[in-house]
Design a protein around this ligand. Structure first.
Ligand code: SAH
Ligand code: SF4
Length: 369
């Protein structure tokens, strides 16, 4: 039996080549691409303007891959939805749908695990497993978009802030961006897509070179190399001063406002001294600083500051230093909205099956749900 090609792994050019070889007309290719990437169908049979014969050819040669939903949780607090997907090799990733009025934002994963291994992050705990393929990136969005469309809604924004470092899987991320912004795809503007990164300088350069300057969120988390290098190991290779240079270039070429993410960790980066250093770094940028109180991760040695400390830091940046700053409201706290945490729990569940005490864990889990 011949192996079928995963059709969501193909960009327009590849799809056109394959389809023309199989005898399709050029206008068919456009129709098929549109069904896949704009209407996000999960079966060729749903392509109603494609002939029966051609659908048969598509079924014989291609498959539309889909992700298996292992868990789907909906927050009772704010409606945030969290999906745990299983990939074809059994690996697990998570995707989050955040809802703010009519603005549906999907937070996608780009890798299984992460090689950057920040000291505070659940995704990095076990290091890097593998990159997500193009279809695995797109399928997270298309799965959720199908559910939204069935409720007369649609995705408005996409943020690469799930598991993994998107700039370390840049080939696939760029291919996905090209498809997501294409007219025959979801037709999202670059303004509606954000990449969050720990700061991989050559890859930020590449975004500039390839004119893929979507919104950029830089995970800064400190005002000095002394502190940043202890929590984001890659800072040794790409220190803050070099990062600021490339961000400056990014802003000058794209005209985009930069978001600086700053997770606030107790007694580490939440001091007035660090706030002053932060101001020096960002003062010339058109930027916004997004303060995110740290979400504690089991097994990691960091704490969230008290409410008092959080507001002291935030108010100091806002009122004393006059910076453009927001304090991120928590999303889906009842469903472990923070990066990588649901997957951790699921893994623990599997472990406990081996130890023979799954029952106990499930009860705890149900209580939480
Ligand atoms: N690798 C990219 C994108 C994924 S992480 C990056 O690091 O930017 C997305 C954001 O979640 C980053 O700003 C990251 O620092 C933050 N984050 C990770 N673990 C967190 C936690 N436990 N609590 C709060 N924010 C966290
Ligand atoms: Fe990787 Fe981002 Fe987590 Fe750091 S915070 S380990 S870069 S996913």
């Amino acid at each position: 039996m011949k192996t079928k090609i995963d059709i969501l792994k193909m960009n327009y050019f590849d799809l056109e080549n394959s389809c023309l070889e199989l005898g399709f007309k050029k206008f068919n290719v456009k129709q098929i691409y549109n069904w896949l990437h704009q209407k996000n169908v999960d079966k060729f049979e749903k392509m109603t303007n494609i002939s029966k014969k051609n659908i048969e050819i598509l079924n014989d040669n291609f498959l539309i891959p889909s992700l298996k939903v292992v868990e789907h949780q909906i927050s009772r607090i704010d409606g945030t939805e969290k999906y745990l997907f299983e990939l074809h090799d059994g690996k697990l990733i998570e995707t989050v749908l955040m809802k703010h009025k009519d603005r549906n934002t999907i937070c996608v994963s780009s890798q299984v695990g992460c090689a950057v291994r920040c000291s505070f992050c659940a995704t990095g705990i076990n290091g890097f497993k593998r990159d997500l393929t193009l279809d695995e990136i797109l399928s997270q969005i298309y799965h959720i978009q199908r559910e939204l469309v069935s409720k007369d809604e649609k995705v408005r924004n996409i943020v690469f802030m799930g598991m993994g470092e998107p700039l370390l899987n840049l080939d696939n991320v760029i291919e996905s961006l090209k498809i997501l912004i294409s007219e025959e795809g979801l037709n999202l503007s670059k303004r509606r897509i954000t990449i969050s990164t720990s700061g991989i300088i050559p890859q930020i350069e590449r975004l500039i070179e390839e004119d893929m300057t979507v919104e950029l969120a830089l995970s800064l988390h400190a005002g000095s190399n002394e502190i940043r290098k202890n929590i984001i190991p890659i800072n040794v290779k790409y220190p803050i001063e070099d990062l600021m240079k490339v961000l400056w270039k990014y802003q000058k070429t794209s005209g985009r406002r930069i978001t600086f993410e700053y997770i606030l960790i107790n007694n580490l980066n939440d001091t007035i001294e660090e706030a002053k250093k932060l101001k020096e770094l960002v003062k010339d940028f058109d930027c916004i600083i997004n303060i995110i109180p740290y979400n504690p991760v089991e097994g990691l040695n960091h704490e969230r500051p008290s409410r008092n400390r959080i507001f002291k830091f935030y108010n100091y940046l806002k009122d004393d230093l006059r910076l453009n700053v927001t304090l991120r409201g928590e999303k889906g706290t009842d469903i472990d909205g923070a990066c990588g945490q649901l997957r951790q729990k699921q893994k623990k569940l599997k472990l406990d099956v081996k130890n023979g005490n799954l029952e106990e864990k499930i009860i705890i889990k149900n209580e939480k749900n």
